[in-house]
Design a protein around this ligand. Structure first.
Ligand code: V47
Ligand code: SF4
Length: 400
């Protein structure tokens, strides 16, 4: 049954109750849902119901297309002046001997090690330390661009920008314009956590607050540039905090249109100060993807970060609103493996990623950071099946 028929069927289901039926009708007619509706979805929407709504929106926007990109990560340091309770990098937890502080030359060597690889993006994010200041990052971005002008530099979050601009005594608009001139192409979505102060002050107290995070993205968007947004969920926050978080993003997106993807990040509890909190279940993760797709009606893409949630959950998420599963990382990021992500050494070849998407009946497209199509893999058949194919789910017959 196609996505529209499933939703029509649901609309006729009298046992659903008025409120859930009204929300389903709003989704069918392309109307925006309210904050109250959003909380109600979290409280009362079961997985089947939410999946039908989210998949209807996903397929209306993107059909079966599922995006990925070829990127690698650079993490300048795992030491940090801040002390976020969920972070496995935190200076109180990690002894200095466990830490690394990469020099400019070491980072440029990392960039050069990809010279013969068809990657399109470098994602740079890590801890905050005084020596990684505005002049340092401007020089780094300029050097990367001088070496490989077409490599897209997606780097740093408002957490770092707020810190380095304050140190350099420049306002956000000036600072972001200077970063753009130095070679910054886009901003990743990190550092958002949960915006509401009731939660933020308990888990990420000293770093930039919600207003500052949003103002820095706004300044960036005003330069005609793009960025992503994340939400760290499944710890001490309530459903209402998640909706408040998405509402603030939806408002800014109405104003600027600069966000590309929303990336829900599941809290992982290994080796951090919140290890006593249980992690969310896969069902809760899928419900959360679906509600994000329904609520953020002005965000083009919902992204699942496969390295964090497992390949199988990433495949399932494609039926719950997700249309992007990030990149073919190759073990260059540590922040999640240190926090207990499924994949301790996340690496997936393009072939494996393409097969993973095709095995659940979707249409794989390699994109660049700005969602321009690089390769359409729908009709491309690899000579041999990947040896790792049996490690994740495979539909015997495409059944949608
Ligand atoms: O802001 C830290 C999160 C984020 C944990 O824009 C944790 O394309 C879960 O934002 N459990 C940084 N999450 C990573 C990020 C990101 C990732 C992939 C793609 C993009 C993009 C952005 O990682 C931090 C924080 O919210 N994080 N510790 C943890 N224990
Ligand atoms: Fe530092 Fe970021 Fe970790 Fe917070 S989440 S302690 S800002 S590295």
């Amino acid at each position: 049954m196609d996505a529209e028929k499933k939703l029509t069927f649901l609309l006729e289901n009298k046992r659903l109750g008025n409120e859930l039926q009204t929300i389903a009708s709003k989704v069918y007619h392309g109307e925006r849902i309210s904050e109250e509706d959003g909380v109600l979805l979290y409280e009362r929407g079961d997985l089947g119901y939410l999946g039908v709504l989210a998949n209807f929106i996903r397929e209306k926007r993107h059909g079966d297309i599922t995006y990925f990109n070829r990127n690698f990560h650079i993490e300048p340091t795992n030491l940090c002046v801040y002390d976020c309770k969920f972070c496995s990098y935190s200076r109180l937890i990690k002894q200095r001997e466990d830490g690394w502080e990469a020099t400019m030359d070491e980072m440029l060597d990392q960039i050069k090690s990809y010279d013969n690889e068809p990657v399109t993006e470098v994602h740079i994010v890590g801890g905050v330390l005084p020596q990684y200041d505005m002049p340092f990052y401007m020089e780094l971005f300029t050097a990367i661009k001088r070496h490989r002008p077409n490599l897209h530099v997606k780097a740093l979050t408002p957490v770092e920008y707020h810190y380095i601009f304050k140190k350099a005594k420049v306002d956000y608009a000036t600072g972001m314009a200077m970063m753009k001139d130095a070679g910054l192409d886009s901003m990743p979505g990190g550092g958002a956590e949960i915006f509401h102060p009731e939660v933020r002050e308990q888990i990420a107290k000293d770093k930039c607050n919600a207003e500052q995070w949003l103002q820095i993205h706004e300044a960036w968007h005003k330069l005609g540039m793009h960025s992503n947004a994340t939400m760290l969920y499944g710890h001490i926050e309530g459903y209402w905090h998640r909706i408040d978080h998405m509402e603030r993003l939806r408002e800014l997106q109405d104003k600027t249109g600069g966000f590309q993807a929303f990336i829900p990040l599941k809290f992982r509890n290994m080796d951090n100060q919140m290890s006593h909190i249980s992690e969310s279940t896969v069902i809760e993760d899928l419900r959360n993807y679906a509600i994000s797709r329904i609520y953020l009606d002005n965000f083009p893409h919902i992204k699942a970060y496969w390295a964090m949630i497992s390949r199988e959950t990433a495949q399932l998420a494609l039926g719950f609103g997700v249309d992007d599963i990030d990149g073919t990382l190759d073990d260059t990021t540590k922040i999640y493996s240190m926090a207990g992500a499924e994949e301790q050494h996340p690496a997936m070849s393009t072939q494996e990623l393409v097969e993973l998407i095709k095995h659940v009946g979707r249409h794989p497209i390699e994109r660049d950071t700005l969602y321009n199509i690089i390769t359409d893999y729908n009709e491309i058949v690899f000579q041999e099946e990947s040896t790792k194919q049996s490690t994740y789910y495979q539909l015997p017959v495409v059944n949608k």
